[in-house]
Ligand binder design. Structure first.
Ligand code: F0G
Length: 482
């Protein structure tokens, strides 16, 4: 991907790849979209993909593969133990991160499970720049507590600050002093901080965090699932790193970490995950959990074909022309929406464009899930499926009370190499229309609320039937257009 200047003087992202396999899409009329949303309980996770036009739910496991990845899959060595494919993936990870040990797992949350099993006891504290849903669920399930230490700027929806995922070092020191180092299970730094809008941290911050961990004797775990975007942002936004290659930045980040885990559904454009470890003692602490929960040590629940694809995908992650596609498309989407007055998280982060539901639907109280209502109404307006990242994605406290999320976001994820600029522009157009008609949209309430990870499969309904008014307005504005 590059950025080119048009004759008009405007600058647009330009794909540096071509499409060689396609999948036909359909865009249902809005009346059919309404029926689909009704049967999905107003939860975009429960929509059938055949009813979705552009699937911007996530980039997890749905990034487009390259010709080189597909070719590598044919070379996969299928063996329960000692597969040559495992050795190839392991060698590639050693190359990228410089860590000698690798424990494969079937996806990112499986790594979180293993780390929680190894280090979390009742009363343990897991410090982090910000939580991720599955990481937190594993920690709290075992009686641990998550403490978030992102800098205050990170929780401001709009900002000019380039590294909103940075950790607040003074708050970290204070936490360790208050709780005692023996109770701190680890410090988790999440690259491309997911729930606050895909915001990166800087290499300078990570290095300062490393120094603090050395001083305080705390283990540093890097969640590298969203590493690709963070690498790009360090190169693009951190002047001291402008001359480093993406590979050098990746190595510098790894050098700060004791343990790196990742979802290869994101990092490496495949499906799988794993934990890289520098220290043999830590490797031995974690190793036993892999055959118990995942699979033998040389596949950990992954298919060998996917492992081959990940090894090549890691190479492509270090290729700036490849990894900048996400951030450049997202930048285009965010800046266009912003220019048209639509409230969005700024600066543009990785993963996707994030709409600020708190301002978009400022008439809907947080207890009526504005970001869930926005996810449902964007689908109705466009056939585009996004993901709620707000109070619905939180879990209830042990006493049953419901914490309100710091931010109410609708994420429109841009899986890599999947959508074209005209599809992105269509999405921008329909979001603009919805913003102009935002007063029609109301809140949601539960019909069925699961106890664990409720956002995945809970069912809701609109309060006061606003969905019918939205459909009527769409027809009156667009006539018979889809
Ligand atoms: N860590 C981060 C930062 C993630 O974004 C994810 C997944 C995981 C861990 C868990 O990995 O899905 O392979 O088990 N994020 C997906 C998303 C689900 O859509 O944002 P997984």
């Amino acid at each position: 991907m590059s950025k080119v200047t048009y004759f008009s003087g405007e600058t647009f992202p330009l794909e540096m790849h071509k499409v060689r396999i396609i999948q036909k899409l359909s865009l249902l009329p809005i009346e059919e979209r309404l029926k689909a949303m009704e049967s999905a309980g107003y939860n975009t996770f429960l929509l059938q993909n055949r009813d979705v036009f552009l699937d911007m739910l996530t980039d997890s496991g749905v990034n487009a593969m390259s010709d080189r990845q597909q070719a590598a899959m044919l070379l996969a060595d299928d063996a329960y133990a000692g597969s040559a494919t495992f050795t190839r993936l392991h060698d590639k990870l050693k190359d990228v991160f410089g860590m000698p040990y690798f424990l494969p797992a079937h996806q990112g949350r499986a790594c979180e499970h293993i780390l929680a099993k190894a280090y979390i006891r009742p009363g343990s504290v897991a410090a982090m720049n910000y939580h991720f849903t599955t990481a937190k669920a594993h920690i709290t399930e075992l009686g641990g507590e998550v403490v978030e230490l992102v800098i205050p700027e990170g929780l401001k929806v709009t900002s000019q600050f380039p590294f909103k995922g940075n950790l607040d070092l003074a708050a970290f020191e204070a936490l360790v002093a208050e709780r005692g180092v023996e109770n701190i299970a680890f410090l988790r730094m999440e690259a491309g901080t997911n729930l606050i809008g895909g915001q990166p941290f800087s290499l300078a911050n990570l290095r300062a965090v490393r120094a603090a961990c050395d001083r305080l004797r705390v283990r540093l775990v890097l969640d590298a699932s969203l590493l690709a975007d963070n690498l790009y942002f360090i190169k693009a936004r951190e002047p001291e790193c402008a001359d480093l290659s993406i590979a050098e930045i990746a190595r510098a980040m790894a050098d700060c970490s004791d343990i790196i885990y990742f979802s290869a559904r994101k990092l490496g454009f495949g499906r799988g995950g794993g934990i890289c470890v520098r220290d043999e003692r830590i490797y031995r602490q974690l190793r036993g959990f892999v055959p118990m929960y995942e699979g033998f040590l040389t596949y950990g629940g992954m298919s060998v074909r996917e492992m081959e694809a990940i090894a090549v995908g890691l190479d492509e992650t270090l290729d700036e022309d490849m990894i900048n596609q996400g951030p450049l498309f997202i930048n285009h989407m965010v800046r266009e929406l912003e220019a048209n007055g639509v409230p969005v998280v700024t600066p543009p982060g990785g993963l996707g464009a994030h709409l600020d539901a708190m301002r978009f639907l400022d008439h809907v109280p947080q207890t009526q899930y504005p970001s869930g209502a926005l996810a449902a109404s964007v689908y109705l307006a466009s056939g585009v499926r996004g993901m709620e990242r707000g109070t619905l994605s939180e879990q209830r406290d042990p006493d049953g009370s419901e914490p309100l999320s710091h931010m109410e976001l609708l994420r429109l994820a841009l899986p890599r190499r999947v959508f074209t600029l005209s599809q992105v522009n269509y999405t921008i157009d329909r979001v603009r229309w919805l913003y102009a008609n935002r007063r029609i949209v109301g809140g949601l309430r539960w019909v069925e609320e699961p106890e664990v990870l409720r956002f995945f499969y809970g069912r809701l309904e609109p309060i006061d039937g606003w969905q019918h008014n939205l459909v009527a307005q769409f027809r009156s504005d667009f006539g018979s257009s889809l």
